[in-house]
Design a protein around this ligand. Structure first.
Ligand code: C2E
Ligand code: CA
Ligand code: CA
Length: 428
């Protein structure tokens, strides 16, 4: 499991990569522009002083994980880097086309994610950090040293300002552009305007190596800000209380698309306990199935959530009804940060889906492997099938197969792709 700063660059590596990108930009006629932001944690020294360095380190690991998840969500693979520049300062840089408005919006969204309380931090309870971010779009040729200097200088200025979390380093004005609140307000009309896209990530049978279906994942193609990843999309939906509308829209779109797939292909959709808490959920889902003609026994609901709901009994009853119709239920993100063992006891389930955080270290770390084995044994005892997600390497796939995992999903087989691309990679 990722309990350290794996995936985070050091200063030297970050300098080199930035310089390489910038040089590439000079050499090529049409360069992919570089974007950089420096995030500093206000009050971080105070946390070290008040609770001791162990707590400070714990908070830093959480912050690092949040930045990594954010970057994974928002950028193309290998087009970004996250580095720790000492203290509570992190650099996030991207190497792809991105408007000034979007870069600023991303900074604000990241600041929101970092400002979210860190709960259950050993020795401190709940900790709140107040991030400040300096932004820059260096011109080709401006090297890492200059970028670091300017960003650091601007971050200092930002620290002095209570009202501004995000400040541009290149002398330019903050674009009036889209503040988070305005983007939030756009969501409902985005659903109406069909800006929410569905991509599909194949799921593979480990024994036969054949694709057995796909998980539907949402993306928002914002007219001004470009693509907004699923993590941000659902953060916005939650803030604005639109999770139910969004989920319904996604389920409807995904089922309509999947009804054009070969009969052998299964579809997985993500469902939050908040969705399940709506009394109309089962009825609406069954209605959607009959409208689209997609067979109930080809559908899996992945229960995803990051907070535990107090009362699961109604949800459990609802899932039982759906299972009687042939729908399967999988517990998503198993082994991720929060503890979902309670769901395991209370919900009627067919499968667990091992979180990427559990798969990351299994080929290198004995303890990760031991945890994996324990969980697989538990799943077998409960007669649950196991699907692993976030599988990126052949070595991970082989190990999972050897341990008795039945299915996997991950970049090793495919990134999430459009409907057309998904149909193309299926064997004829
Ligand atoms: P999730 O359900 O755990 O989805 C898997 C996420 O991991 C996807 O990110 C996918 O792109 C990413 N992923 C898959 N394989 C790999 C891999 O090999 N390596 C790496 N690094 N990443 C991999 P995505 O699409 O950004 O979704 C993030 C989360 O947003 C989802 O996590 C899910 O919790 C939520 N989400 C996405 N679409 C929906 C939806 O339609 N409804 C609901 N309720 N939640 C959704
Ligand atoms: Ca999922
Ligand atoms: Ca997951």
């Amino acid at each position: 499991m990722r309990d350290d700063l794996t995936g985070i660059y050091g200063v030297a590596a970050a300098r080199k990569t930035l310089d390489d990108w910038q040089q590439e930009a000079v050499q090529q006629g049409r360069p992919a522009p570089v974007h950089a932001m420096l995030l500093g944690l206000g009050r971080f020294d105070a946390i070290n002083l008040a609770y001791g360095e162990a707590v400070g380190d714990g908070a830093l690991v959480t912050v690092a994980q949040r930045i990594l998840h954010f970057a994974e969500d928002e950028f193309e693979e290998s087009h970004w880097l996250v580095a720790r520049l000492g203290g509570g300062n992190f650099l996030l840089a991207a190497h792809e086309a991105c408007s000034r408005e979007r870069w600023q919006w991303l900074a604000e969204a990241l600041a929101d994610a970092i400002a979210h309380p860190i709960v259950e931090l050993a020795g401190a309870g709940t900790v709140r950090l107040s991030p400040r971010i300096a932004l820059m779009r260096p011109v080709p040729g401006e090297g890492a040293s200059l970028i670091f200097d300017r960003l650091a200088e601007t971050l200092e200025q930002a620290r002095g300002q209570q009202s501004r979390r995000v400040l541009w380093a290149d002398g330019g004005l903050t674009v009036p552009g889209k503040r988070s609140a305005m983007v939030d307000a756009d969501l409902l009309s985005a659903i109406d305007r069909d800006e929410i896209e569905i991509v599909f990530q194949p799921q593979v049978d480990l024994e036969t190596d054949a694709i057995i279906g796909a998980e539907a994942l949402a993306r928002w193609q914002h007219p001004e800000l470009g693509r907004i990843g699923a993590g941000q999309l659902f953060a916005i939906a939650e803030r604005t209380d639109h999770v139910a509308q969004l989920s319904r829209h996604i389920a409807k779109t995904a089922l309509a698309l999947a009804s054009g797939w070969p009969d052998s292909m299964r579809l997985s959709i993500n469902v939050t306990p908040a969705d399940l808490a709506a009394p109309s959920f089962a009825g609406e889902l069954l209605a959607l199935l009959s409208e689209t003609g997609f067979a109930a026994d080809r559908l899996t609901l992945e229960i995803t959530e990051h907070v535990l709901l107090a009362d699961l009994e109604d949800s459990a009853a609802m899932l039982s009804i759906l299972r009687e119709e042939g729908i399967r239920v999988a517990l998503d993100d198993f082994g991720a940060g929060f503890c979902n063992f309670r769901y395991l006891k209370l919900l009627p389930l067919d499968a667990i889906k091992l979180d990427r955080a559990m798969i990351d270290g299994i080929t290198e770390d004995e303890r990760d492997l031991a945890v994996l084995r324990g969980i697989i044994a538990m799943a077998k005892a409960l007669r649950l099938s196991v699907i692993a997600e976030g599988v990126e390497h052949v070595s991970q796939r082989d190990l999972l197969f050897g341990e008795g995992v039945e299915f996997y999903q991950g970049f090793l087989c495919s990134q999430p792709v459009s409907q057309a691309e998904f149909l193309r990679i299926l064997p004829v």
